[in-house]
Design a protein around this ligand. Structure first.
Ligand SMILES: [Zn+2]
Length: 335
């Protein structure tokens, strides 16, 4: 494809040891030329790898092997860019600056006018560009970027609080993924624009989260009961899952509150009818994420309320909403 090169000084050389596996779509909220100029201006301290115009032209500003300054995240819980506020499990679990492992595409458009919708030429150019990016990343890093909504994402999913309208709710993710031959599934981004389901990273006081925090404290966690999902609650939730596995399966895990390969290896799939100590830890983790598990509360029995909460969480977390709490669900809950 035809790509104009115009190098921006706003980047790191290299990616701090990370390899890119996530493509992030943005909206410029300005003209194509204006965006290219601004993202090449040292004063902006911002950039993207590519900018796509409404006419379908593409300019590259930053080499794929270098980190662009487009999705800066924060490790400070009070920041609107805090990694734990992302709706993407990978962003939360990695906890590092998302610029290390992302490739950014800016799309010319004004959110107030388009809400992220692309022109036909622009959409075709984006599809071709993503195809090109995937083949280059394969060639350079030996990585195949999956064609799905966990790897082709919006800025609003990296930083829902700071960037809720980038690239906009009409951005054609599904059409792009279909054109690339991928499978369309319901995703985390939906939760950003509808109030139907709570965010997996509720950022305001939530009674379910308080209940879980109290439950963890009754078991020695010693965390603040503030109704907010954050690093301390996550650690308590993971420790609780580890304890649950030890009690239910005799796993002998070290209870360190850190989700790792040892914990992932012993977690078993829980389903409707399951009843053991691990179910308590699942119920608590769902509540810690802000979900109601129904009237029976934390009873260690995987009933209808727990199943409903699992499905709701899975939908928002971008997992297959099958109501089975297996490794992927526990990993997402604990990371
Ligand atoms: Zn953006």
């Amino acid at each position: 494809m035809n790509i104009t090169q115009q190098n921006s000084p706003n980047h790191w050389d290299g990616r701090k040891g990370w390899k890119p596996d996530m493509i992030v779509c943005h909206i410029t909220d300005g003209s194509y030329g204006g965006a290219v100029d601004w993202l090449c201006n040292p004063q902006s301290q911002a950039s993207a790898h590519f900018v796509v115009s409404r006419a379908g032209e593409v300019t590259q500003l930053v080499d794929l092997q270098d980190g662009a300054w487009c999705n800066g995240t924060s490790s400070t819980p009070s920041s609107a860019y805090y990694t734990d506020k992302s709706t993407l499990a990978a962003v939360r679990s990695r906890g590092v600056n998302a610029n290390y492992y992302t490739i950014s595409i800016e799309h010319e458009g004004m959110y107030s006018q388009t809400h992220g919708a692309l022109t036909e030429a622009q959409q075709a150019a984006t599809v071709a560009l993503i195809r090109y990016i995937r083949s280059e990343v394969q060639r350079i890093y030996g990585i195949t970027i999956p064609i799905d909504r966990q790897h082709i994402v919006g800025h609003c999913e990296i930083a829902p609080q700071a960037k809720p309208t980038c690239p906009g709710e009409k951005f054609p993710f599904d059409a792009i993924i279909k054109a690339l031959g991928g499978t369309v599934t319901q995703t985390a981004s939906v939760s950003v624009h509808t109030a139907a389901a709570p965010s997996p990273t509720a950022s305001s006081d939530n009674a379910n989260i308080r209940t879980a925090q109290q439950w963890y404290n009754a078991r020695g966690a010693g965390i603040a009961v503030d109704g907010i999902w954050g690093a301390a609650t996550r650690k308590a939730a993971t420790a609780s899952v580890q304890r649950g596995c030890n009690q239910a399966y005799g796993s002998g895990l070290v209870i360190d509150g850190i989700w790792g390969p040892a914990t992932a290896a012993v977690v078993r799939t829980l389903r409707s009818g399951s009843s053991n100590a691990a179910v308590y830890s699942l119920q608590a983790a769902l509540m810690a994420h802000g979900y109601s598990i129904g009237n029976s509360g934390m009873d260690g029995k995987f009933g209808a309320g727990t199943e409903q909460a699992v499905r709701a969480y899975q939908r928002v977390a971008g997992l297959t909403a099958d109501g089975l709490a297996g490794k992927a669900t526990f990993a997402a809950l604990c990371q």
